[in-house]
Write a protein that binds this ligand. Structure first.
Ligand code: PEP
Ligand code: MG
Length: 583
């Protein structure tokens, strides 16, 4: 976001600070614009028996209006990820729980349509809250957002987050924002947004990151405490919102924002600069994507390829499974767009926090249950369909296949049997594909990192998924915020597994990358380079910042410090050495 720094006068109200969860970094300075959540202002009244039919008709009209609104959004050539959220809201409104139950409440209790909807929504929310699976629990927000759309239609207030004319001057403040609302943000140039509710893995948070707007969620009482037009500073990186900042704080943040904007502009000049260290070693910087629509950002970042296509996102928030043709089109689009650069498509990493709609939480301990390669091998039809689709796309670019969450040799061996079967089917039908498509594996389980020979023997390349490797090494559920403080990428056990994997692959002459969040964290770049890593894959918005760090790094200088960090087991000393390597 490069909105000009606005001329902001010191606010007259009391200054206070709110802390929430950081969703999308950057600094926004603007005036608060409060979006009304209709749910908070719902009228409740009794209707006469003679008016029940009219009330039902009122509800039907509002429902029809919302369906038309959502259909229009869907038809508006939305990015796939955003489209799936709209799709989900339409599905929810079509379900009998929302299309029929409120009608029955009106008929049986003779209450107004708004009140019937709210009662039904509350009961559904309770059901969602009782799910064990955190992903499904978070879907209660989708129920609330879908119902709020109907409430707004009933209340006759067309909802739009536009409002005042100088959009770059506006920070949107809401109880919650639906992904459908977020879609509207694409057509506007708001400074940022803050919300009372929402986890960092909520759909709204995912879309916020993809829009690149500074944002803070989970502020709890922002909507009630902030008044319209008050001056706000949103520090998206720190998860901080300062309301009515005094002159000095305002000046300090304006300076910070200016510096950040300049920094971002300077970074853009690096797009075509080769990622080479000071001593002349070339480093490959690839991008991670969730959906084909992310490819524009990848091309913009100058990334050398797609290092991780999380293909399971094509399967989320929909009632059906994408067909082989639909998958093929998605993979082909990415392969063609990258024009000969490598595109690494990870086979389905479904399960745990990424369950299919309607699927259960995935056993008593979903992170250790039937997920990723385990699920694919248990569902050959699902796996074969995807393998055929990827193979077909391999004819249109440099596609390679990546297998998630490997722990056993037989997982690779059985995969090769299915791959041969998929190739055979395509050949029989005269469908072209790359017969030499490369197959790699993700090192995400300590058992795999400790038995690399098994995988090096069978696979063409490896990629370290640090997010899961940390989770499984330290026995910490990465989605459970009660143990989030124990999630430590610098734990000596984690670093030893990473360094051992890189060293072993380099020695064997096999390509090795890191594609977890660690690859996009600037303070980890030199450490990973010092461990011998030469290929990184991260969100496209991080590519240029990491390239800048690579350009400023001398491998002979950082390697000995990285080795000292590796030998060290004291946390304080590790942090001291990390500061030194990054100095
Ligand atoms: C990882 O685990 O580091 C990874 C890249 O995969 P995901 O985050 O999709 O589990
Ligand atoms: Mg993973």
């Amino acid at each position: 976001m490069n909105a000009p720094i606005i001329a902001m006068t010191e606010a007259s109200g009391a200054s206070f600070t709110l802390l929430g969860a950081s969703v999308s970094s950057g600094i926004a300075i603007g005036h608060a614009h409060l979006i009304t959540t209709a749910r908070l202002e719902v009228p409740q009244y009794e209707i006469a028996a003679a008016d029940v039919a009219a009330e039902l008709e009122r509800l039907d009209t509002a429902m029809g209006k919302v369906h038309a609104e959502l259909a229009e959004l869907e038809a508006g050539a939305l990015a796939g990820e955003l489209n799936t959220f709209v799709n989900l809201h339409r599905m929810l409104l079509t379900d009998v729980a929302l299309s029929q139950a409120p009608r029955e409440i009106i008929q049986s209790t003779r209450c107004n349509a708004e009140w019937a909807l709210v009662q039904q929504m509350d009961s559904l929310v309770k059901q969602f809250e009782s799910f064990d699976d955190p992903y499904l629990r978070e879907r209660k927000a989708d129920v609330q957002q879908a119902v709020e759309r109907v409430l707004k239609a009933l209340l006759g207030s067309a909802h739009t987050p536009s409002g005042p004319s100088h959009e770059e001057d506006i920070v949107v403040v809401a109880h919650d924002l639906s992904p459908a609302d977020m879609i509207l943000f694409k057509q506007h140039k708001f400074a940022g947004f803050v919300t009372d509710v929402g986890g960092v893995t909520s759909h709204t948070a995912i879309v916020a990151r993809s829009l690149g707007l500074p944002a803070v969620v989970g502020l709890h009482h922002a909507r009630g405490m902030i008044r319209e037009n008050e001056v706000l500073i949103v520090d998206g990186g720190q998860g901080v919102v300062i309301v009515n900042p005094d002159r000095h704080v305002l000046a300090e943040y304006q300076l910070k924002k200016r510096e950040r904007d300049l920094e971002q502009q300077k970074l853009r000049r690096l797009k075509t600069t080769p990622a080479t260290t000071l001593d002349g070693t070339t480093i490959e910087l690839h991008a991670n994507i969730e959906l084909p629509s992310d490819i524009e950002g990848v091309l913009d970042s100058g990334a050398a390829g797609v290092g991780l296509f999380r293909s399971e996102f094509l399967f989320l928030n929909r009632a059906d499974l994408p067909s082989e043709d639909e998958q093929f089109e998605a993979y082909r689009r990415v392969a063609e767009s990258m024009q000969g650069k490598p595109v690494t498509i990870r086979t389905l990493d479904l399960g745990a926090d990424k369950a299919l709609a309607g699927a259960g939480p995935g056993g008593p301990n979903p992170a250790m249950g039937l997920r990723a390669i385990r699920l694919c091998l248990a569902e050959p039809h699902l796996f074969l369909t995807q393998l055929r689709a990827i193979l077909r796309a391999s004819h249109y670019g440099r596609v390679q296949i990546l297998l998630p969450m490997l722990a056993h040799a037989h997982e690779v061996e059985v995969t090769f049997v299915y791959l041969a079967q998929a190739k055979e089917t395509l050949s029989r039908n005269g469908i072209p594909f790359d017969p030499n498509v490369k197959v790699g594996g993700m090192i995400e389980v300590p058992a795999a990192a400790l038995t690399l020979a098994i995988f090096l023997e069978r696979l063409d390349f490896l990629s370290i998924g640090t997010n899961d490797l940390i989770q499984y090494t330290l026995a910490i559920d990465r989605t459970d915020d009660t143990v989030a403080h124990l999630y430590d990428p610098l734990h000596p056990a984690v670093l030893q597994l990473i360094a051992h994997t890189i060293r072993t692959c380099n020695k064997a002459g096999k390509s090795i990358a890191v594609c977890g969040e660690m690859a996009g964290e600037r303070e980890m770049t030199r450490l990973l380079l010092g461990f011998g890593l030469r290929q990184f894959s991260m969100h496209s918005s991080q590519v240029l910042a990491i390239k800048q760090q690579v350009l400023r790094t001398s491998l002979p200088d950082v390697t000995p410090i990285a080795q000292r960090i590796l030998r060290n087991t004291e946390a304080a000393k590790t942090h001291m050495l990390l500061a030194r390597i990054n100095a």
